[in-house]
Write a protein that binds this ligand. Structure first.
Ligand SMILES: NCc1[nH]cc(CCC(=O)O)c1CC(=O)O
Length: 309
């Protein structure tokens, strides 16, 4: 009988803490365990400390996860809770994504200052986003808009908007909902023309391969449909580029039997894009995503990827 509390690693941002708490609450409910059996351990990561440069410039997704992963491997954490979207597609040896919580709304939200919708913004308006996917999608729809790099916590970005530094910004609706801030959204973007990032809206739990005690704990809260959808989207991303240096969107829906996937790649200036659609058995989620990545790569002209540099 386990007596020491399980140690749950998380980043220290309000969004990360909300996600760690949701995971803990689900585990308490699933196993009938008291709160004292879980200790939430917030850690500051390099990605949290460096907020003035684009992620793609400073080394990508690993910056948000390395401290947590080091402590998982050292055994000082039992598992870590992450936004699945922030996870690199290749994890350090010995670790895996063991569970996914039921997905929150995967769509992007527009938060407008000077106009309520992206299309209603005045000519030449400034929109803040650090995501290459959002930047490219904005430029595709509104080439006149001046897109500026805009990083930091959800709260910081909303403050800059309130101060008038930008005319609007984009955030994942999922993050806003988890912070009880969805009321700030002035438009919810249709995934058909503004497709979300792979794994957006999903919470992933990372743990050690072969830790059967933790596997048994976490399997009770794993949502199979989310697991399948995110597996498909991450396989697509991995086939194209596991980092966050390229504008890539991917969104899958699984009903537990069948999965359907749509993906999109863009040039950073938004002038060119390609789309792919795929469907098949949910059990083949990984292969379907990987195949869709190969198909879209074959469809793009040879110069498409090299023009990104
Ligand atoms: N890259 C930061 C990040 N990682 C996950 C979310 C939102 C929550 C989610 O997608 O699950 C955000 C902020 C945002 O994109 O608005």
């Amino acid at each position: 009988m386990q007596t020491k509390p399980f140690r749950i690693g998380t980043r220290g941002s309000r969004l990360a803490l909300a996600q760690a708490h949701e995971t803990r609450d689900r585990l308490m409910l699933a196993h009938g365990l008291p709160e004292e059996m879980f200790e939430i351990v917030p850690l500051s990561t390099a990605g949290d400390r460096i907020t003035d440069r684009a992620l793609s410039e400073i080394g990508g997704k690993g910056l948000f996860t390395q401290e947590l992963e080091d402590q998982l491997l050292a055994g000082t954490l039992d598992f870590a809770v992450h936004s699945a979207k922030d996870m690199a597609t290749r994890l350090p040896d010995g670790l895996f994504l063991s569970a996914f919580l039921p997905r929150e709304d995967a769509r992007d939200a527009f938060i407008g200052g000077t106009a309520p919708t992206l299309l209603a913004l005045p000519e030449g308006a400034t929109v803040g986003s650090a995501s290459l996917r959002r930047q490219a999608l904005i430029r595709r729809l509104r080439p006149d808009i001046n897109v500026i790099v805009y990083r930091g916590l959800v709260e910081t970005r909303l403050r800059k908007l309130a101060e008038g530094q930008v005319d609007g910004t984009l955030l994942a609706l999922a993050g806003l909902k988890r912070l009880n801030l969805e009321g700030v959204a002035t438009e919810i973007l249709d995934p058909t023309y503004f497709p979300p990032a792979p794994a957006q809206g999903a919470i992933a739990v990372e743990s050690r391969i072969g830790d059967t005690r933790i596997d048994a704990l976490l399997s009770a809260i794993d949502d199979q449909k989310t697991h399948e959808a995110v597996t498909c989207e991450r396989a697509f991303l991995d086939t194209l580029d596991g980092s966050c240096r390229t504008p890539i969107a991917g969104y899958a829906i699984s009903d537990g039997e069948q999965i359907s996937f749509s993906g999109m790649i863009l040039t950073p200036d938004g002038t060119q894009h390609h789309r792919v659609f795929a469907e098949g058995r949910a059990a083949d989620a990984q292969a379907i995503g990987a195949r869709a990545g190969e198909d879209i790569r074959a469809d793009a002209a040879p110069g498409f990827f090299s023009s990104w540099s």
